[in-house]
Ligand binder design. Structure first.
Ligand code: SF4
Length: 702
């Protein structure tokens, strides 16, 4: 074996949920690491996007946290690990004694591994609270809710590979894979379109997805550029069109009567909901013509295999659960679930957001989506852990944040940045100061870590071993190179030490990530059949119930994983966004991410390659709005909402719909989240990032 082979590890890109395999080569010195392609990686076969190729740039960044820090008189000073651990454990014990376990909140991280999130949620539950959550709350909590309730599992029904091979029509609503999942888009979905598949894209913003599918002059790509927050009227118009056409031509196959009869429940409710529904009025509400909606409905219904892709444009609304339920309705009435090339498929944002949910870092579920208030499920986990788990769901992360200084007194944050990632970020920054104790473990001094009492320096993705689960439920191993800074620690090591000091070694002493995974398998039925050996280099899709199972690339071939075994149809009605334009704030502000950056930008803003591409935030403004406001392309403009203001450069473009402005959350001082509304979906508690009332004016000279 050459020295190059010896010093190179196969691991997974730390950015999006596609789960591309990459290699990291270790140089002579710690921190001297280099990206290398992994030619036969199972998901991407060596292809990589700009973020993946730049991922190693931040491993040895000068801003890395290298020593534990304790705040004294408002300033951080270096501390020993012993001092830091003692402080953390004393404060956790004090808060539990002075108040109750629910006075703490624990935030897991989709940028860390399954084993680490598993251990964090186990600490929270041993502490006595279900107040543990992760950033899925911000992206797909509503999707997970609707899919789990109506089909059985909060995950993609299908896999990228079967979609590429079998799908004839991609219905992409509120998702932007061309930008957010570039390799999935180019390697799988675009490939299918090149071979003849059709794309219906539903989005208020024309983007890289739009352009990637404008392949020829056929009508195989249709963009329904609706107004933000009108997804329910749009889908209701589509569904009503399909039902009406079926009445006119019962033999034409507009709906799948046999599938509805044998495999679903609730069809009558859907029909009743739509009895009085006015398609013309709905089209007007969406800002579209009825003809283009009917054309899209016909294409979807007549496809042999149609798949829905759903993203944060759907989930990040106060009606997010209903939005996704209506996609499920469309798929179920046409029989487009349970076969290769079909289904309802959420494209997950971060490289381990799926896994972080799978392993139970959520307030209502234990590992494997077993409900905390299901006595039988909870007791089966308690039998392995040897302690009692609280039987009431805890608070979600936004609810914890709303309770800062009230019922919540302390916060444990692993690799998250709520001061920037939560909506109405200015008020989060104020509220977090009401807490009595905050500990943050991270690789950089984030906007949240600035408010911490103790900061614990963790290692990066490239330095650690463990597993992550990608958007199509494939669990894959990550492998680390040498630690860059001697006095940093892996998240798992930190959690294990905190757990042992709080509760004794019995439940929290682990030699390595594999030992943690072995325990995870015991309490997580969908992972039970996996071991580090069987994961190998290919990984395995869950569910994988028994050793030897190869995992399922698509779900629900025979029945749904619901109590009745049936897919649940339920009619839904339009709920407008919480804030609609008025005289004071006459525009709709909507938000989304860029290919070149990643969420709060903690890593991507420190990557020279990525930052060079897009160093600052900007806002897209329609030419008609620009003319009304006297805005020229490149002008500095100030955007205001009821919660704050940001100043950014204007891009005048027809990419965005008239009356709507579009910006991003990546840049701290000018983050969209200083403006967004923190109203929540009642059930899934996801905030409405995608629609807020706003005003814009040409920037005032300093
Ligand atoms: Fe990484 Fe996603 Fe790009 Fe693949 S598509 S290289 S996983 S950011």
């Amino acid at each position: 074996m050459s020295s190059e082979e010896q010093d190179t590890v196969k691991t997974i890109c730390p950015y999006c949920g596609v789960g591309c395999g990459i290699q990291v080569q270790q140089g002579e010195e710690p921190g001297d690491v280099r990206f290398m392609p992994w030619g036969d990686a199972p998901v991407n076969e060596g292809r990589i996007c700009i973020k993946g190729g730049a991922a190693t740039e931040v491993v040895d960044h000068e801003d890395r946290l290298t020593e534990p820090l304790i705040k004294e008189d408002g300033e951080f000073r270096e501390a020993s690990w012993e001092e830091a651990y003692e402080y953390v454990v004393d404060e956790l014990e004090r808060i539990r004694d002075d108040y109750e376990p629910d006075a703490m909140g624990f935030f897991g991280s989709s940028k860390t591994m399954n084993e680490e999130n598993y251990l964090l949620q186990k600490i929270a539950r041993r502490y006595g609270t279900n107040n543990v959550d992760n950033c899925t709350r911000m992206c797909h909590a509503s999707t997970v809710w609707a899919l789990r309730t109506s089909l059985g599992a909060g995950a993609m029904t299908n896999s990228m590979a079967d979609l590429e091979e079998e799908c004839d029509l991609f219905w992409i609503q509120g998702a932007n894979p061309g930008e957010q999942h570039p390799i999935a888009n180019s390697q799988y979905f675009r490939q299918a379109v090149l071979e003849g598949a059709t794309v219906i894209q539903v989005d208020p913003h024309a983007n890289k997805t739009t352009r990637s599918f404008q392949i020829d002059d056929t009508d195989r790509h249709q963009h329904l550029q609706l107004k933000p927050g009108t997804d329910i009227p749009l889908l209701n118009a589509v569904i009503k069109t399909i039902l009406e056409k079926h009445e006119e031509e019962p033999e034409a196959g507009w709906i799948d009567e046999e599938f509805i009869e044998e495999r679903t429940e609730g069809f009558e409710h859907l029909k009743e909901t739509l009895e009085e529904f006015d398609k013309e009025a709905a089209a007007e509400e969406c800002g579209l013509s009825l003809e283009e909606i009917e054309l899209a409905a016909e294409k979807y219904a007549m496809a042999n295999n149609a798949a829905i892709f759903t993203g944060m444009g759907m989930s990040q609304h106060a009606c997010g659960v209903d939005n996704v339920q209506n996609e499920i309705n469309l798929a179920l009435i046409t029989g487009n679930v349970g076969r290769p090339g079909t289904g309802v498929n959420p494209l997950r944002g971060q490289n381990n957001v799926q896994g972080t949910c799978d392993v139970g870092a959520m307030p209502n579920v234990l590992p494997g989506y077993q409900l905390v208030d299901d006595d039988e499920a909870r007791e089966s986990v308690e039998d392995v852990w040897g302690f009692e788990v609280p039987d009431e769901p805890g608070l979600t992360n936004v609810e914890v944040s709303h309770e800062f200084g009230n019922s919540v007194k302390g916060l444990y944050v692993m690799g998250e940045n709520p001061v920037m990632s939560e909506p109405d970020a200015n008020s989060v920054a104020e509220r977090i100061q009401e807490l009595e104790f905050i500990v943050v473990q991270d690789i950089f001094m984030t906007e949240t870590a600035e408010y911490a009492d103790v900061v614990l320096p963790a290692t990066t993705w490239a330095e650690r071993d463990g597993t992550v689960t990608n958007t199509d439920r494939r669990v894959q191993r990550m492998r680390g190179v040498d630690k860059v800074h001697e006095n940093t620690k892996h998240d798992l090591e930190i959690l294990s030490e905190v757990g042992c000091r709080l509760f004794g070694p019995e439940n929290f002493e682990f030699d390595d990530p594999e030992e943690v995974f072995e325990e995870l398998r015991e309490v997580c039925p969908i992972y039970h059949g996996m071991t580090y050996d069987t994961l190998g280099e290919e990984g395995l899709h869950w569910p994988c119930y028994e050793p030897g199972d190869e995992g399922d690339s698509y779900l629900y071939a025979d029945e749904f994983d619901t109590e009745s075994g049936l897919g649940h149809i339920e009619g839904v009605s339009h709920t407008p966004p919480d804030e609609v334009p008025d005289e004071e704030y006459p525009l709709v502000l909507t938000t989304a991410r860029l290919e070149e950056h990643y969420n709060t930008g903690t890593m991507s803003r420190r990557s020279p390659t990525l930052n060079r591409q897009i160093p600052e935030n900007f806002v897209d403004v329609h030419p008609a709005d620009a003319e009304r406001y006297g805005i020229e392309d490149g002008d500095e403009v100030t955007i205001t909402s009821r919660r704050g203001e940001i100043t950014v450069e204007a891009q005048v473009t027809e990419d965005i719909k008239e009356g709507v402005i579009w910006t991003t959350p990546h840049f701290a001082a000018a983050s969209a989240n200083r403006l967004t509304n923190d109203v929540l979906d009642e059930r899934a508690k996801i905030p409405e990032y995608k629609a807020a009332a706003a005003e814009i004016e040409v920037g005032i000279e300093p």
